[in-house]
Write a protein that binds this ligand. Structure first.
Ligand SMILES: *Cc1c(COP(=O)(O)O)cnc(C)c1O
Length: 369
């Protein structure tokens, strides 16, 4: 395949050169403030924000070379709690507070719990999270606990947890902030706005991991709102799942989903139809990757691009490497969460540390043999 990074289709590498162009000053605001006119909020509404959003879009030169297209990484791990869930949470919690809620609840594979906990503490309301027992990454659990949420470990999987929180929020005054809550999607669609702004509206394909399928639904909404329904500039939506948790690929529920990518370990996505609609009507696709392929992409990004994401996030890149992006020339891979969320997987996938006596010779022996 040719190497378009030599002659990038839309202009390129130049935009991200390392040369300094002089001082600039950016006041970073949260996304409700940044996109108020495109969100269901009005001046004077309570805004619960940690200045989420405005995450970097990073050109990935080595990945671009491998794929034969210009590939950028939307690094959502740089949100306040380390995942894109903060975009949805600022909107959902702000709306809940506007409606007078005194408590919020969610089912979570981890990141929604961490985000809910932070935004609930910020709002001064009670936060409750239901997580699958023993299946949540250490960083996420630490966050939920530190922010003071009540963490309930369910002896069941995510899908069962979601069913329970839906039921409880129907009969008790506690607001449900999973992505079945439309405010979540409203907040999350802003990532699509940012990408279009950064790329002057020119993007051929978006690669994204799919779990409960809220995020792909939100991006598709954001692209259509910004570019217009039916616009020829709409990017193709390429959704990727883990092989052991691939209901959309199989076309049927997976009763016992299993994957190293714990954030997308979901067998019955709540936004099933909408996600399929996004992929079909954009001319995209849904496909899957094995855990091994996901972990390969995870290590590649950290070692070759200097970008550390969690395993679920690397599914977007694993999918791109495995299935390609057709004739797309400019591609964005969404990296949904930070690598520090799941230190155990990182350590398991890395070589051991090198022991050394506190002596010059010992160090030399290691470094120069
Ligand atoms: C939540 C999450 C996903 C999946 O997003 P959905 O909206 O559930 O499809 C993927 N990656 C990470 C890191 C997540 O936290």
């Amino acid at each position: 395949m040719s190497t378009p990074i030599d002659a990038p289709p839309h202009g390129p590498m130049r935009e991200q050169s390392n040369r300094l162009t002089g001082p600039t000053s950016i006041r970073r605001v949260g996304l409700i403030e940044r996109y108020m006119d495109r969100l269901p909020f009005a001046a004077g509404d309570p805004v619960i924000s940690l200045n989420e959003g405005s995450t970097p879009l990073i050109l990935a030169p080595r990945l671009s070379e491998r794929v034969g297209a210009e590939v950028h990484l939307k690094y959502e791990g740089l949100n306040p709690t380390g995942s894109f869930k903060d975009r949805g949470m600022t909107a959902a919690v702000s709306a809940a507070v506007r409606e007078g809620a005194e408590a919020v609840i969610c089912a979570s594979t981890g990141n929604t719990a961490a985000s809910l906990a932070a935004y609930a503490s910020r709002a001064g309301i009670r936060g409750v999270v239901l997580v699958p027992d023993g299946k949540i990454a250490a960083g996420k659990l630490a966050q939920a606990l530190m922010h003071g949420a009540q963490v309930v470990a369910l002896q069941g999987n995510f899908d069962e947890a979601l069913r329970l929180v839906r039921q409880i929020s129907e009969v008790h005054p506690i607001a449900l902030v999973n992505s079945v809550n439309d405010f979540r999607l409203e907040g999350q669609k802003t990532a699509a706005f940012e990408i279009l702004e950064d790329l002057d509206g020119k993007l051929d394909a978006l690669c994204i991991p799919v779990g409960n399928a809220g995020n792909i639904t939100a991006y598709w909404k954001g692209f259509r709102e910004m570019l217009g329904e039916g616009s020829p500039d709409l990017p193709r939506m390429l959704g990727f799942q883990a092989h052991g948790a691939n209901p959309l690929v199989r076309g049927e529920m997976v009763p016992e989903p299993e994957t190293v990518a714990s954030a997308i370990r979901i067998g019955n996505p709540a936004r099933w139809e909408q996600a399929m609609g996004a992929m079909t009507s954009s001319g995209g696709l849904v496909a899957d990757c094995t855990d091994e392929e996901i972990l390969d992409a995870y290590r590649f990004l950290a070692r070759e691009e200097g970008v550390f994401c969690e395993p679920a996030s690397a599914t977007s890149v694993a999918g791109l490497l495995k299935h390609g992006a057709g004739d797309a020339q400019r591609v964005v891979c969404v990296l949904t969460g930070h690598g520090l969320k799941d230190p155990q997987t990182a350590l398991d996938e890395s070589p051991p540390v090198i022991p050394c006596a506190p002596e010059l010779r010992a160090l030399e022996k290691i470094l120069v043999g």
